[in-house]
Every structure is written in C-alpha cells, then in structure tokens.
Design a protein around this ligand. Structure first.
Ligand code: TYM
Length: 331
C-alpha cells in the first residue's frame, strides 16, 4: 500500500523549482489515484525568523496556489502542519533517538547555522520534525526535489533506530525524485546554485505569482554563457541547459525536441520561446490562485477539513508508536 506524503514551507510565493520539482508531481500522483497528503510546513518555517502577520498571509497564499495548481482537497489531504499536533509529538519521540553529532553534520544545517550567531535549536531538529511529518502517516513515498534527499536519509536512519529499540512500526519512506530534470532547477542569476526562495536576488527565480511581463524580463536577464547556440549540456553549460529544462517542463517536450526547434536561434532569441512557454503554464495558475485568495473563508475551511482528516490518521499511528515506547496508558 502506497501513501504519498510531502510538505512545502510557507516562506513566500512558490517558484518554478517548487512547482515543477514537487507540487505538479503531487497533483499528477493525485490524478493517478494515489493516496496523497500535502501539508503546509508552518512549524518548519519558524526555524527562520518570520513576521507573524506575514506568516498567516503566506499560509493562505500557499493554500491558494496549491489549489490553483490542481490539488483537490476532496481527493487529497491538505492542511497546515501545526493543526495536527501529532507531528510535534512524534518529533519528540524521534528526537530522543537522534544524535546531536549526526544532525550537526548535515550540510543544510551547517550552511544555515553559519549565517547566524544565535543558532535556534529548531534548526538542528529540522530533519527530525521532517521525519515525523512522514512517519506519523506511515508514509511510503515522498515526492521532493534533490535538496531534500539528505533529510529523508535522516528519516530512514530514525526508522532503523526506532525498530531496533522498539520493534517494527514504520515503512522506510522512499524519496520520489523526478527524472525529467525538475529535481534541481537552477538559479537564473547563478546557474551553480539551485533556485531558492531565500535568494536575496529576486531575479534568480520565477514565481507562480509573476506576471507575463515579469517572467519575460527575468528570463531575458537569465545568466547563460558566451556561446550563442542553444544546446542541452547540463554539466558544461548549466545556464542554457536550465532554460531548456524549464522550457521542456512547461511545454511538455524533450530536450532533443526543444534544441532542434531552436536550431539557428541565438540564446537571446531562444529566451523569448522559453518565456512564452512559461507564461502559458503559469498565467492560468496565477489567475486561479487570485480567485481563491479572494476567498479566505473558503481557504480556512479547506485547511480545517484537511486537518480533521489528517488528525484521525495521525492519532492512530502516534498512539501505536507511543505504546511501543511505553508512554501510553495501558489500554
Ligand atoms: P521547500 O518549501 O523548500 O520546497 C518545497 C519543495 O520544492 C522542492 N524544491 C525544488 N525542486 C527543484 N528545484 C529547486 N530549485 C527546488 N527548490 C525547492 C523541494 O525539494 C521541496 O520538495 N523541508 C521541506 C518541507 C518539508 C517536507 C517535509 C518535505 C517539511 N516536512 C516532509 C517532504 C516531507 C522544504 O523546506 O521544502
């Protein structure tokens, strides 16, 4: 039995890396009839400083964009992580099995903690909470971008430790990585980095909320190289290849098709094609999201309904885990 579980942080508008790398794949899995749970990782977002009012706005924005992307709250379970306290409770049980040394060694922790003098403990616990997010639903498959692989390795390790101490309880969650080039969409300004919500340069990413005009300008300014031809060579020409990858994802084409169509174009001319394909994909999502966003009561209802369904499942798994550990009252 497959249970697909994933989360997205409410840290600002979704970019095309989030969309192609995770959100759209979730929608496709849902449409294929998979059991899908998607939550807004609001507890995770607290590991970096958030303005409370803005965070509330961001949670509703993200809900609107997830619905606009095709998530169907009747077929899939959509809610805010904090509305299901079992995530945090299971996190504690797992935190007691995790070692400081292992967590402090993770590259994402090292990077993030290097940016600040006062490192919040939540940042260290980040992957443990992420493991709890999946395990509390006995999730089997986790659609994510490549940047989340190390976090899922922590989850696998915690499952092993839990089983060793208390007996079998959780399936080991498997990452579901795409094979269409969307596992790591690159920054438009520095193709050596991934596209990221936290990059200070807004021109480095294309948001689902960007207008056609903004999309076109950002693609025009995208850093490529000094070769005018359009080719797909991710290692030696990451900039142009990232544009080809985005074009393929938006237009549902292969790199070979795209490169052949672009024969004779300079990269500057080709960028217009890329913008056109992206605008065609993004514009309808943006306009649907705006319609949803104008109905905050509906969005809150969707999250409430999702949380109630999630809580039922999470209670069941958590109670068994607690009993295995020995903290549950005898039945
Ligand atoms: P977040 O909110 O940073 O990103 C959401 C999803 O988008 C993917 N992604 C990308 N994919 C391709 N190219 C990129 N440049 C790119 N940037 C981001 C991410 O891999 C992710 O799938 N820790 C998670 C949220 C989370 C979670 C979980 C995920 C919390 N608990 C449990 C899975 C399971 C995060 O910060 O995602």
């Amino acid at each position: 039995e497959r249970r697909v579980v994933t989360g997205v942080q409410p840290t600002g508008a979704l970019h095309v890396g989030n969309y192609f790398g995770a959100v759209r794949r979730c929608v496709r899995l849902q449409d294929e009839g998979e059991d899908l749970t998607v939550f807004i990782a609001d507890l995770h977002s607290l590991t970096t400083k958030q303005d409370p009012q803005l965070l509330q706005e961001n949670i509703l924005d993200l809900t609107a964009y997830l619905l606009a992307s095709g998530l169907d709250p009747d077929r899939s379970i959509l809610f805010a992580q904090s509305a299901v306290p079992r995530h945090a409770e299971l996190c504690w049980l797992l935190a007691c099995l995790a070692t400081h040394a292992r967590l402090a060694h993770l590259p994402q922790y090292k990077e993030k903690s290097a940016e600040t003098k006062e490192v919040p403990l939540g940042l260290l616990l980040y992957p443990v909470l992420q493991a709890a997010d999946v395990l509390v639903y006995q999730g089997t498959h986790v659609p994510v971008g490549r940047d989340q692989l190390q976090h899922l390795q922590v989850a696998a390790q915690l499952v092993k430790t839990f089983h060793h101490r208390y007996g079998r309880m959780f399936p080991t969650p498997q990452p579901l990585l795409p094979d269409d080039g969307s596992d790591r969409i690159l920054s438009l300004r520095d193709p050596n980095k991934k596209m990221s919500k936290s990059d200070p340069d807004v021109k480095s990413r294309i948001l689902l909320s960007d207008t056609d005009d903004v999309i076109t300008k950002k693609i025009r300014k995208a850093v490529t190289d000094f070769t005018p031809q359009v080719t797909y060579e991710p290692t030696s020409r990451p900039g142009v290849s990232n544009l080809v990858a985005l074009h393929c994802l938006a237009a549902d084409k292969t790199p070979e098709e795209v490169v052949e169509e672009a024969d004779g174009f300079t990269t500057a001319q080709y960028k217009k094609e890329v913008s056109r394909a992206l605008c065609e994909t993004i514009a309808p999502i943006r306009s649907r999201a705006l319609q949803y966003r104008a109905r905050p009561a509906l969005l809150r209802d969707v999250l409430r309904h999702g949380a109630a369904r999630a809580r039922k499942r999470a209670d069941d798994v958590y109670e068994r885990a607690a009993a295995a550990v020995g903290i549950a009252p005898p039945a």
